[in-house]
Design a binder for this molecule. Structure first.
Ligand code: GTP
Ligand code: MG
Length: 198
């Protein structure tokens, strides 16, 4: 799919104030610093469209970007931001959960996982919560440029094995590097197919 246009629309803390055009949207979630905002910039080929930082806790709002004038990419705050205070964490949790549960336009949620680290309870539990609430999601491994091929396949296998402890079937899985552009065609192709099927 060709990205002809990609523009920032609005930032919100309240799901009720999100755009009301009824267009399908695809959102990115995952632990703080996993690379959600970087992935949006990589997919759209627009450096600086979504704000990124080497420090966790950069994205604190629901951010809508309109693509080709007919669908949205949505950048969300990260979860598990350890150094944030308790009330801040509670606020972010609220924003994320209400967006995921009540946003009818949410067509697929991409759960981002850093390919370098072993399966984390917070991610595993988050995906179980998605399952319990019948939220369609896919898994996106990020930062694959940071691992050798053999280490990457070892980690991916370990992750699949872990998921198979609780899931009978796995969702689609993508492997990406925002640094090198890997996985871009696959992810955009996947979104394009869903858009065409709607
Ligand atoms: P929050 O908004 O804080 O939740 O973080 P985020 O998930 O949006 O992460 P962000 O995109 O801001 O990236 C965090 C850091 O990881 C930045 O320093 C990025 O440059 C780096 N990063 C993101 N994706 C990649 C990648 O694919 N490869 C490499 N090497 N670095 C990456
Ligand atoms: Mg971010």
């Amino acid at each position: 799919m060709e990205i002809k246009s990609a523009e920032f629309v609005i930032s919100n803390t309240d799901v009720k104030k999100c755009p009301d055009k009824g267009l399908p949207e695809y959102a990115f979630i995952g632990r703080s610093n996993v690379g959600k905002s970087s992935l949006i910039n990589m997919l759209t080929n627009r450096r600086g469209l979504a704000m990124t930082s080497s420090k966790p806790g950069k994205t604190l709002l629901i951010n809508h970007f309109i693509i080709n004038d007919n669908w949205y990419l949505v950048d969300l705050p990260g979860y598990g931001y350890a150094t944030a205070g308790k009330s801040m964490r509670g606020k972010l949790k609220n924003i994320i959960e209400s967006y995921i549960l009540y946003r009818d336009e949410l067509t697929c949620l991409f759960v981002l996982i850093d390919c370098r680290i072993e399966p984390q309870q917070i991610d595993i539990e988050f995906m179980e919560w998605l399952g319990e609430n019948s939220i369609p999601f896919s898994i996106v491994f990020t930062k694959i440029d940071k691992l050798s091929k053999s280490k990457l396949s070892e980690n991916l296998k370990a992750y699949r094995d872990k998921l198979f402890e609780t899931w009978e079937e796995l969702p689609p899985i993508f492997i990406t590097s925002s640094e090198k552009g890997q996985g871009r065609e696959e992810l955009l192709g996947y979104i394009d197919e869903i858009n065409k099927s709607l």
